[in-house]
Design a protein around this ligand. Structure first.
Ligand code: EPU
Length: 439
């Protein structure tokens, strides 16, 4: 386990540059499996989620090269079944393996998926995924160490309706339907920018996909797909994270590669809180303009709403706003565990089971602590913290950097699942810290 010792209380100032979005790149890598020729994906970050997906693809015979500049080549010409024991070694490391199902069924007629991992921010069931796959004709067999899938009659297009616009389940449909026989109509689809970028990639490969304005996606199955050449969409979650870090530490950060279009909802809230930003062709500069920050009421939601992944870093900044802020988390039932550490550092945050936003959500009247009231401003002081999950971990680091005194933050390797060169970026922003491994 790795540890960072932070001397906080100094504004983060400088420049960080973004690469492709974790939540697109990993899926784009899986899409390459569907092609009968090589693909090239540019701006692929060096993060551990990418490493895990690379290893799983390599186990299935995909040749991968990830160059220093972030260009990744993926050649699926020799796709083969992998040994269950080798796949199983990756159990619990990521949620992406569930998306291998459709492509492997198309390429090999069978798939074996290890137990899934990912952040502990709720139960994170995969019932929609299995329902989707059954709709296409897949047969699913749960084994003690994973799931085996087959498609004895091939995969056929289907009419599917999702009970909630799940990002992963929408991607499952896309990656399965493009080569399934006949038409697929998906209603209740997620329409996050990362999904639109995946659709762009699949179109480059030869897929026929149309997106309606009412969350309906139609896919006409094709017999074969080729490779693609694509520059990945920038990581808007990382951009929002550094923006929140600038605000919480009274700093000034230029985020190279950030674009306004995919961040408009975030920018509106950032402005309402009192943060300043300046948008240029090269990126977005975020800074604390001085004076008090304002409290806000936020409800997280699927796109085009305020993303759940932006909530955690922003809560740290809201501990410095003057008055009561309310955050109603409607995507995950359990994403406020990270606030315990903030309270230990001096923040005043209370968590409620009730829906405190304007819109009752599916977690209301149930036992889920999914609304937070943050009362500020409260000075933060250094503490010993253990990183709980990716975004929560980033938030803890920001709190430690904003706090007076010394903090010891352990389990920080989790942050490298989604933030490339995290420690180097902190150094570039003038953070005062030491890092040690194997604590
Ligand atoms: N859900 C189900 N059943 C399913 C699938 C989802 O009930 O079969 C529920 C989930 O439990 C959750 C909601 O639906 O309450 C939304 O989940 P979704 O499927 O949209 O999330 P995901 O695909 O597992 C991706 C990102 C998350 C991001 C969400 C929402 C990846 C690898 N992960 O997760 O990113 O928060 O979409 O936008 O793309 C992160 O980057 O830190 C992260 C957690």
């Amino acid at each position: 386990m790795s540890k960072i010792t932070v001397s906080g209380g100094k504004p983060l100032k400088g420049r960080v540059d973004l690469k492709g979005a974790k939540n697109l790149v990993t899926k784009a890598m899986v899409a390459a499996l569907l092609g009968d020729g090589p693909s090239e994906l540019r701006d692929v970050p060096f993060i551990s989620d990418v490493e895990i997906v690379s290893r799983l693809l390599q186990l299935h015979g995909v040749q991968i090269n990830h160059a220093e500049d972030g260009t990744m080549s993926l050649d699926p010409s020799n796709v083969k079944s992998a040994r269950m024991v080798d796949i199983d070694a990756h159990a619990g490391s990521s949620r992406i393996p569930i998306l291998f199902c459709g492509p492997l069924l198309h390429q090999l007629g069978e798939a074996f998926i290890p137990g899934l991992g990912g952040c502990h921010i709720g139960d994170r069931p995969i019932d929609y995924h299995f329902e989707v796959l059954r709709n296409f004709g897949a047969v699913i067999e749960e084994l003690p160490n994973g799931t085996r899938l087959s498609a004895p009659k091939g995969l056929k297009g289907a009419k599917i309706s999702l009970p909630y616009p799940s990002v992963g389940a929408t991607e499952q449909v896309l990656l399965t339907a493009t080569r399934a026989e006949g038409l697929t109509e998906l209603s209740g689809a997620a329409i996050e920018p990362e999904i639109m970028d995946l659709i762009a990639i699949l179109q480059k490969m030869g897929a026929i996909i149309s997106v309606d304005t009412d969350r309906v996606i139609r896919i006409e199955g094709v017999k074969r797909l080729g490779g693609y050449s694509h520059r990945a969409l920038f990581d808007r979650n990382e951009a929002a994270s550094w923006a929140a870090a600038a605000l919480a530490t009274k700093g000034d950060i230029f985020v190279g590669g950030a674009r306004q279009q995919e961040l408009t909802t975030f920018l509106n809230v950032f402005r309402k809180v009192g943060g300043a930003f300046d948008i240029s062709d090269e990126g977005i500069r975020f800074w604390h303009p001085g004076g008090d920050l304002n409290p806000v009421v936020i409800e997280t939601d699927v796109h085009p709403g305020f993303m759940t992944d932006w909530q955690q870093p922003l809560v740290v900044a809201l501990t410095q706003a003057k008055g009561l802020s309310i955050v109603h988390e409607t995507v995950y039932e359990n994403r406020f565990g990270f606030t315990d550490a903030l309270v230990e550092m001096g923040a005043q945050i209370q968590i409620y089971r009730e829906c405190l936003g304007g819109t009752p959500c599916r977690f209301g009247q149930r036992n889920f602590n999914h609304s937070a009231v943050i009362s500020g401003p409260t000075p933060l002081k250094g503490a010993d913290i253990r990183v709980p999950d990716l975004r929560g971990g980033f938030s803890h680091m920001v709190a430690a950097l904003a706090a007076e005194g010394v903090s010891n933050v352990t389990n920080v390797q989790l942050i490298s699942r989604g933030y490339e060169h995290f420690l180097q970026k902190l150094t570039d922003l003038g953070a005062d810290f030491t890092y040690s491994e194997n604590e």
